[in-house]
Design a protein around this ligand. Structure first.
Ligand SMILES: [Zn+2]
Length: 284
C-alpha cells in the first residue's frame, strides 16, 4: 500500500523535496510502467558494512551487515533483469574499506552509486526511512529512490537529507545512501527480518532507479534550485564539510555554535539526532 505523502509528517529540512515529490507523484506513477527497460547505465550497489564491521550500535541484535547484503543482492537481481549493468562493492560477508567502495564507484562512467543501510538508535522508538545525498547531481536520484522506498514502506517518512558522508562526498557519480528503517525499532526490525519485506525494499529501490529520470524531469528548475537550499546538518558542518559549506552553516544556524566545542556532540535537533549513532559506520 502506497502512502499519500501529503498525509505524512515531514521534517522541515525535507519539506521542499517532499513537497516536490508529492506534487509530481501522479506523473511518476503514470510513467512507472514505461521505465522498466534496461539501459546502458551501470548501477554500483554498495551493501553497507560487512566482515568485522557488523553495523548498527553495540548490543544491537539484528546484524545490519546481513540485512544490507540481502537487499543489495535482491536489488542486483532485479536490475540485472531490467538490463542494467550491475556492480557490487561486496557480494559476500567481507569488509570493504570505504575508499575502496568509492574507488569502485568512480571507476565506472555513466554510472550511479546506491548505498544500502539500515539505521539504529539508542531510542527504540526511533524509526522511519531517510535518504541521503551530497552533490546536486545526486538529488534527482535521491528524490526518486526516496519517493518509492518511503512510499512503499510502512515506516514513517524522515525525508531526503543532504549530508557529507564519505561515500557520498568522495564519489564522482550520482550517489545516494538510503536508510531502510531502524533495526533498533522492534517493528521495523521485525519487518526487516522477513524476506518478503527485503524483497519489497529492493523492488522499491529498483523502481526509484528506473524512474529517476521521470521523477527528475517533473521538477522544474526552480524546484531543483530549491533542493540546493537543503542545509548540511550541523554536526557535519563542523567536522567534515568543506570550508564553503562550513561558512554557510555558520551564517545560517546560531544553534550550531553549541556543537562546535565537541565533534561528538549530538545535533541540537532531537528528531535527527538518532542518525549520529551510525555516523562512523558510513564514513564520517
Ligand atoms: Zn549502516
Amino acid at each position: 500500500m502506497r502512502r499519500n505523502f501529503s498525509q505524512l509528517r515531514l521534517l522541515p529540512a525535507a519539506l521542499s523535496i517532499a513537497t516536490v515529490v508529492s506534487a509530481t507523484s501522479s506523473a511518476a506513477r503514470t510513467s512507472r510502467a514505461s521505465q522498466n527497460s534496461g539501459s546502458s547505465t551501470t548501477v554500483v550497489i554498495d551493501a553497507g558494512h560487512g566482515g568485522h564491521d557488523r553495523g548498527g550500535i553495540p548490543g544491537q541484535s539484528v546484524a545490519e551487515k546481513e540485512m544490507t547484503l540481502d537487499v543489495a543482492q535482491r536489488l542486483k537481481s532485479l536490475l540485472a533483469t531490467s538490463g542494467y549493468r550491475v556492480v557490487m562493492t561486496r557480494d559476500s560477508d567481507v569488509f570493504v574499506p570505504l575508499p575502496t567502495r568509492v574507488a569502485i564507484a568512480n571507476s565506472y562512467g555513466n554510472a550511479i552509486f546506491v548505498c544500502i543501510h539500515f539505521n539504529s538508535a539508542k531510542r527504540m522508538g526511533a524509526g522511519g526511512i531517510e535518504t541521503y545525498f551530497y552533490s546536486r547531481d545526486s538529488l534527482p536520484l535521491a528524490s526518486a529512490i526516496h519517493y518509492y522506498v518511503a512510499g512503499g514502506a510502512p515506516s514513517s517518512n524522515r525525508g531526503v537529507r543532504r549530508r557529507g558522508f564519505y561515500v557520498l562526498r568522495k564519489t564522482t557519480i550520482p550517489a545516494v545512501l538510503v536508510e531502510c528503517g531502524f533495526l533498533t525499532n522492534p517493528t521495523e526490525a521485525a519487518y526487516a527480518q522477513t524476506t518478503s519485506y527485503r524483497q519489497k525494499l529492493a523492488e522499491e529501490i529498483a523502481a526509484g532507479i528506473r524512474g529517476r529520470s521521470s521523477v527528475a524531469s517533473t521538477l522544474n528548475s526552480a524546484q531543483i534550485a530549491a533542493g540546493e537550499s537543503i542545509p548540511l546538518q550541523s554536526y557535519i558542518d563542523q567536522t567534515k564539510a568543506r570550508s564553503s559549506d562550513r561558512s554557510r552553516s555558520k551564517r545560517s544556524s546560531k544553534k550550531s555554535s553549541k556543537t562546535k566545542s565537541s565533534k561528538k556532540k549530538k545535533s541540537s535537533q532531537p528528531a535527527e539526532s538518532e542518525a549520529n549513532a551510525t555516523q562512523k559506520e558510513r564514513g564520517d
